[in-house]
Design a binder for this molecule. Structure first.
Ligand code: PAF
Length: 285
């Protein structure tokens, strides 16, 4: 089926469409993605629809957020399929710039958000959040939406983007969308496609470990003991290495514990390898 979704590839064409919507009195939501769309992304589109009259999705595999050894070249791509899925979820426009449109020759600006972007993913992938912050700032300035929707699956990314928008006074409301999960609890992710059948079965240990840590802390247990038990459960299920399994303050991601804590302010975040695939997840306590 040939998609009917309009696709624009330049900042000028994106802005012309957004300007036309706004001139007609319509509000606009932007959903930034790197494509390889799944039900999790489509839930962001639907949330965008609920929050604004029009929804645009960007599809851009951002080279600046991949280290040289990471999976930029192998990252799954399929524009036709993505366009069909976006249209089916009620998206009005796909913005799919090429790398030259996003980063013109001589591009030399990098945005880095200190503090919240430094631990966790920032420790494991030092270039990651400056790449995300730079492209998200550009996308927000290019599209000038009223609302932008990001998944809570990438919880630290969501906090970094909220900080960026506050610090730079960008006139957009950032909305976090709940993580979509498979029936067994595994968070939906484009990287799940890399898992073998056996790994996919083992992967359920990730949300289960998070749940066990949450239950232990909610019952008044020590943070250090809960984290250690969660890591042991992941190792027993075949995960390794575990980059982190941490209980953190939900807003600024500073360390909590090592003893008992107020569960209301806590978020548990994990990143761990299963074979060659790195999976991340998080949950409130
Ligand atoms: O979450 C993602 O898919 C990406 O990090 C984002 C926000 C689209 C920036 O490239």
């Amino acid at each position: 089926m040939a998609t009917t979704l309009p696709i624009v590839r330049t900042v000028a064409d994106l802005r012309a469409q957004v300007r036309a919507w706004k001139a007609a009195g319509q509000t606009v939501a932007l959903v930034p993605t790197m494509g390889a769309l799944h039900e999790g992304h489509l839930s962001l589109i639907r949330l965008g629809r609920a929050r604004a009259d029009r929804v645009a999705a960007s599809v851009f595999v951002n080279p600046k957020q991949f280290a040289p050894h990471e999976d930029f070249d192998a990252y799954p791509r399929g524009e036709g399929r993505d366009a069909d899925l976006l249209a089916s979820a009620g998206c009005d426009l796909m913005y799919a710039p090429d790398a030259g449109e996003m980063y013109a020759p001589g591009f030399s600006t990098t945005i880095s958000v200190s503090g919240v972007s430094e631990p966790l993913e920032g420790g494991a992938r030092p270039q990651f959040f400056s790449g995300v912050a730079t492209v998200v700032a550009k996308l927000l300035i290019q599209a000038q939406p009223d609302v932008a929707v990001f998944g809570e699956k990438d919880y630290q990314q969501l906090q970094v983007i909220k900080r960026l928008v506050r610090d730079l006074d960008l006139p957009v409301q950032i909305v976090g969308a709940p993580t979509q999960r498979a029936e067994d609890g595994l968070a939906l992710s484009s990287r799940n496609a890399y898992l073998s059948a056996a790994e996919r079965q083992a992967a359920v240990a990730l949300p289960r470990a998070l749940e066990a840590v949450a239950n232990a802390i909610a019952a008044g247990g020590r943070v250090d003991a809960a984290e250690a038990a969660g890591k042991a459960a992941l190792t027993a299920a075949g995960f390794g290495p575990i980059d982190y399994l941490d209980v953190r303050e939900a807003g600024d991601l500073s360390r909590l514990g090592p003893g008992a804590i107020d569960p209301a302010t806590a978020r548990i975040l994990v990143a761990a390898w299963l074979g060659k695939t790195r999976l991340i997840d998080n949950r409130a306590v």
